[in-house]
Every structure is written in C-alpha cells, then in structure tokens.
Design a protein around this ligand. Structure first.
Ligand SMILES: CC(C)(COP(=O)(O)OP(=O)(O)OC[C@H]1O[C@@H](n2cnc3c(N)ncnc32)[C@H](O)[C@@H]1OP(=O)(O)O)[C@@H](O)C(=O)NCCC(=O)NCCS
Length: 154
C-alpha cells in the first residue's frame, strides 16, 4: 500500500461531496451534473474522507429498495469517489466499512450499487457480489454491473 497522509472518515455535506464527485466521476463523460435524486433526503448519509479540511473521497448512502427483494430495507451506495492521488491507499475500504455500519444502523438488509466495470475488483474485495448482466449507465455512458452485499450474514 502506498504511503499517504492520514485521513479521517466523517459525515460530509452535499456541497463538500460535489467537487469530488465531479472531479473523479464526471471527468471525460457527457454529464457535468453530479447531483443525485435524494441527496437532501433526511436518511441519506454522505460519508467522506478528509485530510485536515480537505475532502479527498466521498460516498453517498440512500434508502432505496433492492430490486430483487423490494420488501426488505435497503441502501444504495452512489458517488463512490476517491481523488486520484489517494486511490489505492485504503480510503475506499474505509468508506465502505463506515457505510456498512451506517446501513446496519438504519436497519438495512442489503447494500447495493451500480458499479463501473473498472471498479468491480474493488467491490469484490469489499465483499460485494456481482448480480445480473452488464448495462450502460446513461449519465456516464460507461459499462456497469449491479453489485450487492448483505449487512448481516446468517
Ligand atoms: C474505485 C475506488 C472507489 C476504490 O477506492 P480506493 O481508495 O482506490 O480503494 P482501496 O485503496 O481501499 O482498495 C483498492 C483495492 O483494489 C486493489 N486494486 C487496485 N487496482 C487494482 C486492479 N487494477 N486490479 C485488481 N485490484 C486492484 C487494491 O490492491 C486494493 O485491494 P486490497 O483489498 O487487497 O487492499 C477509487 O479507486 C476510485 O474513486 N476510482 C475512480 C472512480 C470510480 O471508479 N468509482 C467507483 C464508481 S462505481
């Protein structure tokens, strides 16, 4: 693992999340809109990594049903983004850990995401499973798969 400054995981605001989303997730894509439906909902959590006052990574956790079991409480992870210079230093894993704790605390059984194919290795390393076929996500035009992790294992 590369040497990097120590980071802290904390809740951040949408305003803090947006520049990181734009930089990491919208660069080179047709869309420059990095806001999500539900960003301002009361049960939405924005969890980031900060170094001092600087937000270096972001993730957003929304209450959204899992399409294959809509009766269960579920959380959708969106906007998973780590600034280039901080990638592969464990920040992503730390955000997933914090988000899974959040999902458990709101009673979710599932956490799911539309994962870019280029990030599938990361989600699998974090305990997610790939579900269903590849699809193109409209905002970015990039190939994606659904990924799923249960908060509690039997
Ligand atoms: C994907 C992303 C969120 C992961 O966060 P990160 O902070 O870089 O990830 P971490 O450092 O916590 O972990 C990366 C893991 O993937 C591994 N990895 C990195 N590149 C890899 C590659 N090309 N092939 C296989 N494994 C790789 C690392 O070794 C590490 O594995 P580990 O579990 O053995 O430690 C981040 O790289 C990112 O923002 N990428 C660009 C935007 C993006 O694709 N976001 C996801 C949208 S769905």
């Amino acid at each position: 693992m590369a040497m990097s400054p120590a980071f802290t995981i904390r809740h951040i605001t949408v305003a803090e999340a947006l520049p990181v989303r734009l930089d990491v997730l919208r660069r080179g894509t047709p869309s420059q809109d990095a806001t999500y439906d539900g960003d301002d909902e009361p049960h939405t959590a924005h969890i980031g990594a900060v170094i001092g006052d600087r937000v270096v990574a972001t993730s957003t956790w929304l209450m959204r049903p899992w399409q294959h079991d809509t009766t269960a409480t579920a959380v959708q992870l969106r906007g998973m983004a780590v600034l280039d210079e901080m990638q592969n230093t464990g920040v992503g894993h730390a955000l997933i850990d914090a988000g899974m704790t959040h999902a458990h605390s709101v009673g979710a059984r599932y956490v799911w995401a539309k994962a870019r194919d280029s990030a599938l290795y990361f989600y699998e390393r974090c305990g997610f499973h790939i579900v269903d076929e590849q699809f193109l996500e409209p905002a970015s035009g990039l190939p994606h798969h659904l990924v799923l992790r249960e908060t509690v294992t039997a």
